[in-house]
Design a protein around this ligand. Structure first.
Ligand SMILES: C[S@@+](CC[C@H](N)C(=O)[O-])C[C@H]1O[C@@H](n2cnc3c(N)ncnc32)[C@H](O)[C@@H]1O
Length: 421
């Protein structure tokens, strides 16, 4: 195996600006795990690693972050660093700090949350992510078989129970799980624990509100473990709209939590996402999820949604966002930040979120709940949006809200509102 493979994949990231995960899927399976770990580490904590290997890749960190992708690709120092990472055999620090993030981003966090929380965020978000799966109830009822299958697999890291979600099993590091028969039979899906929490919260916010914190990055409290099996088994089957479902991670979780009963309508404006949701749901034992392609134009969407007004018991709006909470998984995105969303409606991110809330909130029945969620923690996209909803949707009453992660989960914010009239 040549160390050049790291440089090649890195060059492709720079050249095509293709997502890290997509690029990895093209790397030869024999090399994929190593490339994922080493290149991921470089993207997550470049300056900490440069410091560790005594390679000078920038005069000062600010100058480094101002380099564009083309300059990075051409930098001899970067290639030297990638070579050292490869040759080190994985012996390098697994945690970074503020120097590993663009200065503008760190300043945004500091302005929102102060110095202490910003330091913690940088520490957590520069680590390698865990691999977390959500067990389908078929697997939860046959856990011995699952354990036997996993323990027979070579090179699979040990797994532990989730700390917040009873559905979660957590592997430390990179785990190749998608080639197993059990995965094909829908026994589990790869889903971060924070995302599982949001799926449970969307159906029964009271079950999960105690694991949420008023601030991001506070880390877990000792008593945060939620294992109320009976309550989970009694979640009522409902009509649920997952308004921004993407490839359906949460939609599928909610379908399982309702034991295959009720209905989950999974909306998205991108056909590609609806197609991957349909492919994913073919593996699932549940048949109560339906993908719906939503018209991207404002007028088209309004017309399409009109007939579903006041039809759903739960409307989850897992809105497009800045994605800071998932920077560990998408480490390339901090190198490629855009000031405004590239949404179909050409709005800034917070305006887009408000538009999406305005579009989908009316689908909630009176007495039902609307859940606003994001995988970020910018104040403008979290606490400020709660205030905005309170002021602009007076027929909705705030029930609970809070943050989870980024610590041993990705970072999420969620808020639940009851429709009172
Ligand atoms: C944060 S992602 C959702 C992730 C998803 N819920 C999951 O669990 O994997 C936001 C999604 O909203 C979609 N989206 C953006 N604008 C939308 C709109 N106006 N209506 C519906 N979906 C939209 C995007 O295509 C994207 O898939």
């Amino acid at each position: 195996m040549k160390s050049a493979i790291l440089s090649e994949v890195f060059a492709e990231i720079c050249e095509t600006q293709t997502h890290f995960d997509t690029l990895l899927s093209r790397v030869h399976p024999l090399q994929r795990a190593k490339v994922a770990v080493y290149l991921g580490a470089f993207l997550r904590r470049p300056l900490t690693l440069a410091d560790h290997f005594k390679i000078k890749i920038a005069e000062n960190p600010e100058e480094f972050w101002s380099l564009n992708f083309i300059k990075l690709k051409k930098s001899a120092a970067i290639h030297e660093l990638l070579k050292k990472i490869w040759e080190s055999g994985g012996d390098f620090p697994n945690q970074g700090s503020e120097i590993d993030f663009p200065t503008a981003l760190v300043n945004e966090w500091r302005a929102d949350w102060g110095d202490e929380i910003t330091k913690k965020m940088c520490m957590f978000l520069s680590q390698d992510p865990l691999t977390t799966i959500r067990l389908h109830r078929v697997a939860r009822e046959n856990e011995e078989k699952l354990k036997t299958t996993f323990s027979a697999m070579e090179e699979l890291p040990k797994f532990r129970l989730g700390k917040y979600s009873i559905l979660a099993r957590v592997f430390k590091g990179f785990a190749k799980l998608q080639k197993t028969d059990l995965f094909e039979q829908g026994w589990f899906e790869v889903q971060d624990e924070g995302s599982q929490v949001m799926s449970i919260y969307a159906l029964e916010s009271d079950l999960m509100k105690s694991v949420l914190s008023p601030l991001p990055s506070v880390g877990p409290k000792a008593d945060m473990v939620f294992f109320d099996k009976a309550a989970l088994q009694n979640i009522a089957p409902r009509t649920v709209i997952d308004a921004c479902s993407g490839a359906g991670g949460k939609a599928l979780a909610m379908a399982d939590l309702m034991r295959g009963q009720g209905r989950v309508f999974a909306y998205d404006v991108y056909e590609k996402k609806i197609l991957s949701l349909r492919k994913r749901s073919e593996r699932s034992p549940d048949r109560n999820v339906q993908g719906v392609l939503i018209k991207p134009s404002i007028a088209g969407r309004a017309e399409q949604l009109k007939e579903f007004h006041a039809s759903a018991d739960r409307v989850l709006i897992d809105s497009p966002c800045g994605g800071h909470g998932v920077l560990r998984r998408n480490p390339d995105s901090k190198w490629n930040r855009k000031p405004h969303s590239q949404s179909v409606d050409h709005l800034s991110m917070d305006e887009l979120q408000q538009k999406v809330v305005m579009d989908y909130a009316p689908l909630t029945k009176v007495g039902g709940e609307m859940i606003y969620g994001v995988c970020t923690f910018a104040k403008k996209e979290t606490l400020d949006q709660v205030e905005w909803i309170k002021q602009n949707l007076p027929h909705f009453e705030l029930k609970s809200y809070g943050f989870i992660g980024p610590y041993d989960t990705d970072g999420f914010f969620m808020a639940s509102f009851v429709r009172i009239k």
